[in-house]
Design a protein around this ligand. Structure first.
Ligand SMILES: NC(=O)c1ccc[n+]([C@@H]2O[C@H](COP(=O)([O-])OP(=O)(O)OC[C@H]3O[C@@H](n4cnc5c(N)ncnc54)[C@H](O)[C@@H]3O)[C@@H](O)[C@H]2O)c1
Length: 361
């Protein structure tokens, strides 16, 4: 494929985030001219019109068919509330478009199997928006675990905490649908910690077992039927076990993660991680003893990332959202299957399902 021509379905917050970085890619890449912008569709026509104008799309269309039937558009970003993901995916696949699919993929595992069958039949490429896989900080963490394998010894356990302001009207995520069960289906674990579970699967491989509690602690959670708390004990086939706590709260603007990995011979702690902040984390340390402690900065992580990824254009920002779209375009242009694809997406959904099942039991 010589040219990626993009359409967007859903032009809200995450679509805007993608476009900020896609425009950066188009400006920095020498092959930027091989990526062009087609049409956009959103139920909110004003929003679609503004989005098209700001980012330079050729048109905001009134019916999604106008976008899907345009033979020049070969790639679609699907960025609507989760309830509509499956329907748009099936329609875009039937129209032969390659798809960047936002997470969560759909409500139920059987929906995802249907999407996989449609992908196969259409012979299209799909990348899923599990963006933490493109975070240089987590790449570095994996490199560190590998490099210091001898000194760290066995991983005894991990403690992962994710807490975020309810992403609803009036919050940093200012959109209404995440407190509506018919649109979002579930809460902090499904909507947000899907990223954390995917990251853990990418670190440790297949899961072996789970035990979980799902909580509805606030009035909003009880009234909406959308969880604001998940405490999960996870074990993996490779013998690693640990726990994940996921929380939605009302602390203005707060959206942070803390990951502790306790090995026999060392402790790795990433604190105050926030995906959208330029500085990204408060501290990142590895401690081998009271006397020997190393602290890493984002600057040195980015330097190493760049050194290990020489194909990256020189002036590119190393933001996960940029890196994931860049990887998607490169895969399409070079005829490779993008990652993470639907199979990886299904794995994390299967794990989510096992967690909710365990909580019910
Ligand atoms: N990967 C990430 O980091 C990340 C971050 C935020 C959101 N998301 C995901 O992206 C998706 C969108 O979230 P958002 O925060 O952008 O929401 P949003 O509310 O800001 O935007 C959604 C847009 O979809 C439009 N819309 C609603 N119903 C539609 C329909 N049936 N057809 C067409 N358009 C429709 C809305 O008008 C709105 O413009 C969700 O699945 C969410 O989970 C992913």
């Amino acid at each position: 494929m010589d040219q990626v021509k993009i359409g967007f379905i859903g032009t809200g917050l995450i679509a805007t985030t993608h476009m900020i970085f896609i425009r950066q890619i188009m400006e920095t890449l020498p092959e930027g001219k091989r990526i062009s912008l087609g049409k956009v569709f959103d139920l909110d026509r004003d929003k679609a019109g503004t989005f098209a104008e700001i980012h330079g799309f050729s048109a905001a269309v009134e019916e999604v068919e106008e976008l899907l039937e345009d033979p020049d558009i070969n790639t679609v970003y699907i960025c609507t509330p989760t309830a509509f993901h499956k329907e748009y995916f099936l329609r875009a696949a039937a129209a032969g478009k390659h798809i960047f699919m936002e997470k969560p993929l759909a409500f139920y595992p059987e929906d995802i199997r249907e999407m996989e069958a449609a992908r196969e039949k259409a012979g299209i490429q799909v990348q899923v928006g599990l963006v933490l896989r493109y975070e240089p900080v987590f790449w570095f963490l994996q490199e560190l675990m590998q490099k210091e394998k001898e000194r760290l010894g066995s991983l005894l356990s991990f403690i992962f905490r994710t807490d975020q302001e309810w992403p609803i009207t009036g919050s940093a995520h200012d959109s209404a649908w995440r407190s509506d069960r018919s649109l979002a289906y579930r809460g902090c674990l499904f909507e947000h910690s899907i990223h954390d579970l995917d990251l853990l699967l990418s670190f440790f491989g297949d899961y072996k077992g789970v035990a979980a509690r799902i909580g509805y602690r606030s009035r909003l959670a009880r009234e909406s039927g959308i969880e604001d708390l998940a405490t999960v004990l996870l074990s993996f086939e490779n013998g690693v076990s640990g726990n994940l706590t996921s929380i939605f709260h009302r602390i203005k603007g707060r959206d942070v993660r803390r990951l502790e990995l306790i090995f026999e011979g060392g402790a790795v702690v990433l604190d105050g991680y926030d995906l959208v902040l330029p500085e990204r984390f408060r501290s990142f340390t590895v401690e081998f003893s009271e006397e020997e402690k190393m602290e890493f900065s984002l600057g040195e992580i980015e330097e190493q990332y760049r050194w290990r990824h020489p194909q990256l254009p020189e002036n590119t920002w190393l933001f996960p959202y940029l890196l994931q779209s860049l990887a998607f375009f490169r895969s399409l242009l070079e005829g490779r299957a993008p990652r993470p694809g639907l199979a990886e997406g299904r794995k994390v959904h299967d794990l989510l399902e096992a967690i909710y099942q365990s909580a019910q039991e």
